[in-house]
Design a binder for this molecule. Sequence first.
Ligand SMILES: Nc1ncnc2c1ncn2[C@@H]1O[C@H](COP(=O)(O)OP(=O)(O)OP(=O)(O)O)[C@@H](O)[C@H]1O
Ligand SMILES: [Mg+2]
Length: 267
Amino acid sequence: MIEVAGAGKDYILNGRAVTAFDGVDLEVRRGEILSVVGPSGCGKSSLLKAIAGLEPLSRGEIRFEGRRLDGPDPRIGVVFQEARLLPWLTVRENAALAARFAAHRRPGAAGEVDDLLRRVGLEAFGDAYPSQVSGGMAQRAALARTLLQRPTAILFDEPFASLDALRRMELQIWLVRMLKEEGTAALFVTHDLDEALIMGDRIAVMTPRPGRIHRIYDAPPKDRRALEQPETLAASREFWELKQSILADLRATGGLGEAMADAHVEP
Ligand SMILES: Nc1ncnc2c1ncn2[C@@H]1O[C@H](COP(=O)(O)OP(=O)(O)OP(=O)(O)O)[C@@H](O)[C@H]1O
Ligand SMILES: [Mg+2]
């Protein structure tokens, strides 16, 4: 559905060219969640911004449903690390703003705001301001806003990075179910290998900068029980072995930093 072919991105930083990523070929299939992991600075966010149409590529192209993309497309939603809600609007008003933008395509969007707030578990907080809700709630409000556009695909850039571990696990499972229910495809960028494995149907591993796709793995299939009890998923042999393979890749390509040094402890 989303095809990235021969993609590269150079920035000019203090008069010097920096290649963020290069030679990237990638496909996000219809309805699938593709996790992307890789060391800091390997161009994950840059790649995501290019697909979102927020930054032009230096080389290569991006196609969406067979057509070349040359800018933001309303069928592709984006969720960043911070919720980026407007502080002077309530949770409901923030979500409704997206409905207003979507209105020319879907006149019924405004009527869906409350239904979506309910689905993200924020029905009692529609009148609260962003400063009055927790980080996890703000992130769910941001997600409701994105879902109101009815995107066919959503790009996530470390959406749970600012949340504590429990909140994070709860939202991961909630999000996988939500995306699967809606049949929405996703590209999910994360630093966290467990998260990549819990979320992804496949996991792409990138090399250090200039980031390239080193390898793509199929994740172990997740049945209903696994999604209800992610801790059993994380403790399974298959999960652990896949994590070791990804760690070995990161190590072999020089991308294993301090942050991942404790990830090889056997469950
Ligand atoms: N707007 C910009 N101008 C100049 N250089 C940039 C810009 N955005 C990113 N870069 C550079 O591109 C490289 C890749 O950055 P990017 O943010 O894509 O990495 P990342 O993989 O998302 O890292 P992290 O995991 O830390 O979020 C870095 O060297 C960064 O300095
Ligand atoms: Mg980033």
